[in-house]
Design a protein around this ligand. Structure first.
Ligand code: IMP
Ligand code: MG
Length: 183
């Protein structure tokens, strides 16, 4: 396994830049095979921004021409674990009545964030609401949702890079990695 070193941290590469690029072609082909109608892609920010940007370009190469709008959700995972409350910090502006929607998120873990977003858009009259996630971490599902399109199953480790952060750090890394504290 390759790894990189930054001030006091070692980051082991879990999914490389090349692996991700190759997998996204397959994911885009799956989404194209769905043949969505008037597709709106909704990246759930912030963690999904690089994944969404690359997936959208792969979708273009797969023959799709979606519109894109953004949502920022915040979930109080640690502080309010029992309620699993999700708050909309930024909502989409787009009209979604009758349209197919693809939610894009970085990680599906408890599923609360995606389940909340999916229910919200469905309640507004969207057609079919599907989800695409970069990573699925098995064993933590609290909401009854599964990702329709998932790039990789992820080991139960805290991961960073490719848009995902640890205290606002490491989003710029072109790969998905696991931070190892070096003593
Ligand atoms: P959940 O599915 O509602 O539990 O939300 C999963 C969200 O938690 C993801 O979208 C990430 O924002 C965050 N998250 C979970 N695990 C990790 C991790 O290993 N690194 C960075 N963020 C994570
Ligand atoms: Mg997230």
């Amino acid at each position: 396994m390759s790894s990189v070193k930054f001030d006091g941290h070692r980051i082991d590469v879990l999914f490389s830049e090349d692996q991700i690029a190759e997998r996204l072609k397959g994911l885009a082909a799956e989404i194209a095979a769905w043949a969505p109608k008037r597709l709106l892609v909704v990246p759930v920010l912030k963690g999904s921004f690089i994944f969404a940007a690359d997936l959208l370009r792969a979708m273009h190469h797969a023959g799709l021409s979606p519109e894109v709008d953004f949502m920022i959700l915040s979930s109080y995972r640690a502080a309010m674990k029992s309620s699993g409350k999700v708050e909309v910090l930024r909502d989409i502006d787009s009209e979604i009545q009758g349209r197919d929607v693809l939610l894009v998120d970085d990680i599906l873990e408890s599923g609360r964030t995606l389940a909340y977003a999916k229910d919200l858009l469905a309640a507004r009259g969207a057609g079919t609401v599907r989800s695409a996630v970069l990573l699925y971490k098995p064993g933590h599902l609290a909401a009854s949702i599964k990702a329709d399109h998932c790039a990789f199953e992820c080991p139960d480790l805290f991961v960073v890079g490719y848009g995902m952060d640890m205290g606002h750090q490491f989003r710029e890394l072109p790969f998905v990695g696991h931070v190892v504290k070096e003593g």
